[in-house]
Design a protein around this ligand. Structure first.
Ligand code: PMP
Length: 311
C-alpha cells in the first residue's frame, strides 16, 4: 500500500501532506544538510499507537544538531507533541514510521555552504508494516564500498548526506541479488548495514562493533543489549569484528528502528549457522516485539499518541 497520509507537520503547524515542502535551493534539500530521526510507533494490543523510545531519538537528534551548530525554534516537548499530532491527525490503524527532520534552509545569498540560522523542522509519518525479512531473514553481501568515517563524514551525526554512502552500498547489493549488505570501515573491520547496526552470535556470545567502528550509535541495539541482559542473562559485547568472523558466526542479525531485528541468513552466499534464523535471534525478536507492544516492562520507552488531535 502506497497511499500518502493526509497530514504532516512543519514549523509548528499541521499541514496537508502536499504542503509539507522545502525549497529546492535550501541547503537541506540541495545538499542533504539536515539531521533526522526515524521513530517507529506500534499499534499496541489496546489499539493505541505508541512511539518507541521517542525521547532517546529526540536526544540523538539534539546531539546531531549540536555537532552541526544547528539551532531550531522547537523544544523536544514540542517535537514530541508534533509526532503525536501527526499520528492522531492521520488516524493510523497500523504500525507507522515517523521521520523528524531538522534542516538548514536557504543560506545567505543562497550560498550552499555558508552557515545559516535559518532552519526548519518537519514531521511526517507513513504506514510501516513489519518487513517480511523479520520472519524469513535476509541474504547479505560484504559491500565493495567502505563505510564513511569519523574523520571525514561522521556516521555518528545522523544527517541525510551520510546516506549517499548507504545508497551506493544498498543499490550495489540489490543489483547483485542480495537483500542487504554489510560495510567494512576504513580499517577493514565490520561497521554496519546501510540503515541498521549488526550483531553477531559466536559461541553463545552476542557481539556488536563499538561506536568507534564507523557506526551510528543505535537505539535498537541498545534495546537489544538491555533485553538480552534482562531475559537471557547475556551481555552484549562491543568489540571490533573481522569480516571472516561473519562467515563463521553462529547467528547474525541487523538492528534498526525500521528494520527491527532482521535475521541475516547468509553472508557472501555462505550460510550463517544453519542458514535459518537462529534461536537467540528468534528469542530476542520475541522479547523485542513484547516490549514495543507494551506486553512486558519498560513503559518509560513508550509514548502513547492521543486518538484525536488536541485542540
Ligand atoms: N545505522 C544506520 C546507518 C541507520 O540509519 C540506522 C537507523 N536509524 C541504524 C544504524 C540503527 O539505529 P536505530 O536503532 O537507532 O534506528
Amino acid at each position: 500500500m502506497n497511499i500518502a497520509p493526509a497530514y504532516a507537520w512543519q514549523n509548528g503547524k499541521l499541514v496537508p501532506w502536499e504542503q509539507c515542502v522545502v525549497h529546492a535551493r535550501s541547503q537541506g534539500a540541495f545538499w542533504g544538510a539536515n539531521v533526522f530521526e526515524g521513530v517507529r510507533a506500534y499499534l499496541g494490543d489496546d489499539g493505541a499507537l505508541h512511539a518507541f523510545r521517542l525521547d532517546d531519538h529526540l536526544a540523538r537528534l539534539r546531539r546531531s544538531m549540536k555537532s552541526l551548530h544547528m539551532r531550531i525554534d522547537h523544544t523536544d516537548a514540542e517535537l514530541a507533541h508534533a509526532c503525536s499530532t501527526v499520528l492522531a491527525a492521520n488516524a493510523f490503524d497500523c504500525d507507522t514510521h515517523i521521520c523528524v527532520v531538522a534542516y538548514f534552509d536557504e543560506g545567505p545569498n543562497f550560498d550552499p555552504l555558508a552557515y545559516t540560522d535559518s532552519t526548519g523542522v518537519h514531521v511526517t509519518a507513513i504506514r510501516a508494516p513489519r518487513s517480511p525479512g523479520f520472519e524469513r531473514g535476509v541474504a547479505a553481501s560484504i559491500s565493495s564500498w567502505r563505510r564513511i568515517s569519523d574523520d571525514s563524514m561522521p556516521p555518528r551525526i545522523k544527517t541525510g548526506a551520510n546516506y549517499h554512502n548507504s545508497r551506493l552500498a544498498q543499490h550495489e547489493a540489490v543489483r547483485g541479488g542480495f537483500g542487504t549488505t554489510l560495510l567494512l570501515n576504513q580499517r577493514g573491520t565490520v561497521s554496519e548495514a546501510p540503515g541498521s547496526c549488526v550483531v553477531m552470535v559466536r559461541d553463545g556470545e552476542l557481539v556488536t562493533p563499538p561506536g568507534t567502528s564507523g557506526v551510528l550509535e543505535g537505539i535498537t541495539v541498545a534495546t537489544v543489549a538491555k533485553l538480552a541482559e534482562q531475559h537471557l542473562g547475556l551481555t552484549l559485547r562491543r568489540r571490533e569484528i573481522d569480516r571472516t568472523e561473519l562467515y563463521i558466526a553462529d547467528e547474525i542479525f541487523l538492528c534498526g528502528t525500521l528494520a527491527e531485528l532482521l535475521p541475516v541468513t547468509s553472508v557472501d552466499r555462505l550460510p550463517v549457522g544453519t542458514g535459518k534464523p537462529g534461536p537467540l535471534t528468534r528469542s530476542l525478536q520475541a522479547h523485542y516485539d513484547d516490549v514495543v507492544r507494551g506486553r512486558t516492562g519498560h513503559p518509560e520507552w513508550r509514548t502513547a499518541a492521543p486518538k484525536e488531535v488536541a485542540a
